[in-house]
Design a protein around this ligand. Structure first.
Ligand SMILES: *Cc1c(COP(=O)(O)O)cnc(C)c1O
Length: 449
């Protein structure tokens, strides 16, 4: 159990919840559960109360544009998008046919994969939030030190020896189950920072190896991810040259993710998809601590308002955000408090306690959540590989579980309540595939067999 447990009494909590609803019985029994958010509210009624908004998202987007020439210089793989770190949107009709037989939409709607599994540099959705936060920190230091005169300056100066030697006197630290460490570690090292990644000892070996190959210092801890974060936070607090990326509380990470929404809108338009009151958009995102799915949701709501319906997916044994949202306890509840192990093959989602900052902010925005068993994640990645020729890692497949519950009573009731029942033929569904590009060939082979 995490250090900052609020000592909830597990058996009292479980008894209470089990009486509450069949959903809670599924959740605490580790069965696959479907949850429709009773706290959902129209976006117009909450947007002014969120504390962050359009101005902050625009600021983040503009910062990424300023950095694009530098990114292009440091990472030639971003050349075709002129230094923007972005992924394709691919229609996956073969996968749609398979999922229709398992409860997915069996209608004229279109199913797309948002291919963040293939994002350059970090190979996961973390290339959005994690890299953004490192760049923002670098920019702040560069302005303060005079390396850059201001936002109009040529950011390629940050690739100079002078800049690198300046950054080498600073360090960037993060606690991570793997992918966040990869994005922070690789980007920090590329700029010349000393990078330190705190990981739980059960993190995937290849991720630790890859980080060390990039010159990143990896510190391992027994116990879960929460402990690695807590230890990292403590260590960084005592070091004036340190900057700690706080996955559980970071607004910068969150905003980095949020910038994806406007780019997705352009890609959908390119596919002939318009989103309005008669053309709903459904988006399904795997959730760990909540930053990535939360930030994406926040951005999507600002672009599409109530016409977008966002569902999260988490492993049955590590439904941290769902535990927080459904009980209203947010960061004060862990999956262990519900009697669940927190252990899953989906290492990107192996989180026991959700971000309180994100949970509270998105509580009125997210439409619902589904949990998924590890076995099904492995099935999904296999079917995606055979039907579409695409490889994604287990965590990244969780969104397919949401698609396959489209015909469930819970989701159908949601559609009725929102007046969508007759519009499903005109809907677009986007599954956010969140990682996979950096998975070594031997590991891929094992996962697919
Ligand atoms: C980190 C991660 C997520 C979820 O992001 P959170 O910010 O932890 O909620 C989903 N999929 C993959 C592959 C990830 O690495």
């Amino acid at each position: 159990m995490s250090d900052d447990s609020k000592n909830l009494n597990t058996s009292v909590l479980k008894d209470h919840l089990a009486k509450e609803s069949p959903f809670f019985q599924d959740l605490i029994s580790g069965r696959e559960a479907v949850w429709i958010n009773p706290g959902w509210q129209p976006f117009s009624s909450v947007r002014d109360r969120l504390g962050l908004g359009e101005a902050e998202i625009r600021d983040a987007s503009e910062r990424l544009l300023r950095f694009a020439p530098l990114i292009r210089t440091l990472f030639p793989e971003t050349e075709d998008r002129s230094g923007l770190i972005e992924s394709d949107l691919k229609e996956i009709p073969g996968m749609k046919r398979v999922l229709a037989r398992e409860g997915g939409p069996d209608d004229g709607s279109r199913l797309f994969l948002k291919c963040d599994n293939d994002l350059p540099i970090a190979g996961s959705v973390k290339a959005r939030g994690g890299i953004y936060e490192v760049l923002k920190h670098a920019e702040t230091l560069a302005f303060d030190s005079g390396l850059l005169s201001g936002p109009e300056d040529d950011y390629r100066k940050l690739a100079s020896e002078k800049a690198r030697s300046f950054f080498s006197r600073h360090n960037v630290q993060v606690g991570s189950t793997g992918n966040l460490g990869l994005s922070i570690g690789i980007m920090s090292a590329a700029l010349g920072f000393r990078a330190i990644v705190h990981m739980s000892s059960d993190a995937k070996q290849w991720k630790k190896d890859l980080l060390r190959a990039h010159g990143v210092q990896v510190i391992e801890y027994d116990g879960d991810y929460g402990k690695a974060v807590a230890e990292g936070r403590k260590l960084a607090a005592g070091d004036p040259a340190a900057y700690f990326v706080d996955d559980e509380n970071s607004k910068d990470l969150f905003l980095g993710y949020a910038t994806a929404a406007e780019r997705l809108r352009k890609q959908l338009t390119g596919e002939g998809i318009l989103t309005d009151e008669t053309h709903p958009l459904f988006v399904y995102v795997p959730c760990g601590v909540g930053g990535a799915p939360g930030g994406l949701t926040f951005g999507l709501k600002h672009v599409f308002g109530d016409h977008v319906h966002v569902f999260f997916a988490e492993p049955t044994m590590a439904p941290a955000m769902l535990a927080g949202l459904s009980t209203g306890l947010h960061h004060d509840v862990s999956v262990q408090d519900l009697g669940l192990s927190g252990v899953t093959e989906a290492d990107g989602l192996a989180v026991s306690r959700p971000s309180g900052f994100v949970g509270k902010l998105i509580a009125p925005l997210v439409s619902g959540e589904m949990t998924v068993k590890d076995e099904r994640l492995l099935e999904f990645i296999k079917v995606l590989f055979t039907s579409e020729g695409l490889f994604i890692e287990p965590s990244a497949a969780a969104g397919f579980r949401c698609v396959s519950s489209f015909q469930s009573g819970e989701v159908q009731a949601y559609l009725t309540r929102h007046g969508l029942t007759n519009l499903t033929d005109r809907a677009a569904h986007v599954v956010w595939a969140t990682g996979g590009r950096l998975v070594p060939a031997a590991v891929r082979k094992k996962l697919l067999s």
